[in-house]
Design a protein around this ligand. Sequence first.
Ligand code: NZQ
Ligand code: ZN
Length: 391
Amino acid sequence: MLGNFTYHNPTKLIFGEDSMNALAEELKSYGPTVQLVYGGGSIKRNGIYDQVIAALEAAGKTVVEDGGVMPNPTVEKLNEGIAIARENNVDLILAVGGGSCIDYAKGVAVSVNLPADRDPWQTYWVDFEEPTCPVVPVGAVLTMVGTGSEMNAGSVITSHEAKMKVGHVFASADVFPKFAVLNPTFTYTLPQYQMVAGIFDIMNHITEQYFSGTDDNTSDCLAEGLMRNLVAASRAAVKNPEDYEARSNIMWCATWALNTLIAMGKSTDWEVHMLGQAIGAHTDATHGMTLSAVALPYYRLIMPYGLAKFARFATAVWGVDPDGKTEEQVAAEGLDAMEAWMREIGCVMKASELGVTEDMLEGIADSTLIMQGGYHALTRDEVIKVLHQSL
Ligand code: NZQ
Ligand code: ZN
C-alpha cells in the first residue's frame, strides 16, 4: 500500500427487502420540512412514491415537492431546486431515484446557504471550491443502481451552455448522504437498457481505480472480488431481472465500487469517465453507455503502459489461463473477455449509437479533461483516436 490516507465514510446504509420499514424512524432525526426530490415519474408508476409519502407522513413531515429531475441534471434545474429549498427553508433533502436525483440533491444542499451573489455552478463545478457555508442534510432512497452516489460525495452537473458535464467529488463529510435506503426490489422496474448502463458504470468505476499503480495493494484485491461478483450477477440479472440474489449483489457492488474504499492507496485514473462525460455534454446520452462506448479503445491504447496490471486483470477477473502465453497475449485476452461480456449483456459499443458523428469529435475532445493518475496521460491526438475508434 503506497501513500497516506484517511478513510471516513459517514453514510448510514439500510439494505434489503424490508429496508423501507426503517425510513420513517430515520426521518425523525431531521427537522420538520423535507424537500422531496425525484425524477420524471418512474416512482409514481412503480409505487415507490406512495411508500415514501407514507413514511414522511408517519414521521410528521411537511413535504415540499421537487420532481422532474432529468437524467444528467442541468444547471438550470439545479438553480430551480436551490430556489425551492431557500423559499421553504428545508431541513432535509430526500432524493428518491438514481444518481441524477442524488447528485442533484447534493448540489442543492451545498448551494442553499451560499451568499446570494455567488453562482453555484461557478463555485463548485468550475472553481471546485469546498462548501464553507452550512450544508443541508441529504437522504436517499435508491431506485437505479450504478453511480454509487448513495454513499459518496460526488455530484455531477451538466451545463449545456458551456458544453461541460462536470463531477465534483467533494471532500467534506457533510456532502455524503446521511443515510441511504437500498432495496434491491426497487430496481426490478428499471428498463433493461438502464440496468445494463448501471452495470457497466459499476465495472468502469472499479477499473478506473484498479488500473493505476504498480504496488501490491489490498484495494486491488477488493476490486477483483467486486468485478468477479459483478460479472456473475449481471449475467443472472440479464436472464432474469427479478433474480433477487443477482440484483442485491449488483446493488451492493455498486455502492462499494464508488464509496472511496477501493481508491485507498491508489492514484486512480478516471479517463474513461472524462471521455464519457464529454460525450454526455454533447449528446445527453445515458452515462453508463457513454463509458461502454469508449472503454475498449481507451484500454487497448493504454494497455502497453500498464501491461502487468492488464495481465493480472485477465487472470484474476476473467480466468484467462496464462500458460504458454506472453504477457501481451494474456492482457489482450482479458480485454477480449471483457468485450465479450459487454456484448453479451447489451452494452452500447459505439459512440455513434449515441448520436456522435465525425464532425463532433474536435468539440468532444475540447470538453475532455485529461487525467494524470493512470498508466498513460492521453495526448490530444490520442483522445481523437479513441473517439474515432468508437464511431
Ligand atoms: O426520472 P425517472 O422517471 O425516475 O426515470 C429514471 C431515469 O430515466 C429511470 N429510473 C430510475 N429508477 C427507476 C427508473 N425507471 C424505472 N424503475 C426504476 N426503479 O432511470 C433513468 C436514469 O436514472 P439516472 O438517475 O439518470 O441514472 P444514474 O443512476 O445512472 O445516474 C446518472 C447520473 O449520475 C452521474 C452521471 O454522470 C449522471 O449524471 N454520476 C454520478 C456519480 C457520483 N455521484 O459519484 C458518478 C458516476 O460516474 C456518474 O458520473
Ligand atoms: Zn460513472
